[in-house]
Design a protein around this ligand. Structure first.
Ligand code: IMP
Ligand code: MG
Length: 180
């Protein structure tokens, strides 16, 4: 598994100290409000656990399962795995995702939540990829900006593998080819 990683971008200690800062920012912004955090599965489960334990505010957590990726390519179509969503009417929603790439996933979820009557919707991502095209949605909170390369670890997968790596790293070409 480790031999499939070409380069480590962020070690666990680097991620955790950045999450201290991000959690502090979120705590300041939401003080006095009740937050509903919606974590987008599966990719954000590690990020969610580490970030939320650093936010000392009353909050509720819900998880949403969607998929738009197949291998290293976005299919461009966002599928909700749940047929029924919880009620987010009059809630301050903070959406958590592992990575902002095309932005289609967060855009589709935002649309869905605002039509459900959420009071406010902000988005928080661990990683934001540099892309050339204009995104439909940007993130309000970003832990790290990264180059446009396919990354795995700390929750992120390639065909469902590598999510348990404690760091974020770039997958090498051999490993990508093997999974195609
Ligand atoms: P978007 O809808 O194009 O922004 O894609 C977001 C989703 O695609 C993320 O939640 C990830 O699941 C997946 N994704 C995008 N880029 C990567 C990557 O480099 N590694 C692993 N998953 C990725
Ligand atoms: Mg994902």
């Amino acid at each position: 598994m480790l031999e499939d990683i070409r380069k480590i971008l962020f070690h666990e200690s680097t991620i955790l100290s950045r999450l201290d800062e991000l959690a502090h920012e979120i705590t300041t912004d939401y003080r006095g409000k009740d937050i509903t955090v919606i974590a987008i599965l599966n990719g954000s489960f590690v990020f969610m656990a580490d970030l939320l334990r650093r936010i000392p505010l009353p909050l509720q957590v819900d998880c949403l399962s969607v998929s738009s990726y197949h291998g290293t390519e976005s299919t461009g179509h966002v599928k909700f795995r749940q047929s029924d969503l919880a009620n987010f009417r009059d809630r301050h929603v903070l959406l958590l995702d592992d990575i902002l790439d095309s932005g289609r996933t967060l855009h589709a979820i935002r649309e869905r939540l605002s039509s459900d009557g959420a009071l406010s919707i902000r988005t928080c991502v661990l990683l934001r990829k540099q892309v050339e095209s204009v995104r439909e949605v940007d993130a309000d909170y970003v832990a790290f900006d990264i180059p446009n390369e396919f990354v795995v670890g700390y929750g992120l997968d390639y065909n469902e593998d590598y999510r348990n790596l404690p760091f974020v790293g770039v997958l090498n070409e051999d490993a990508i080819r093997r999974g195609q």
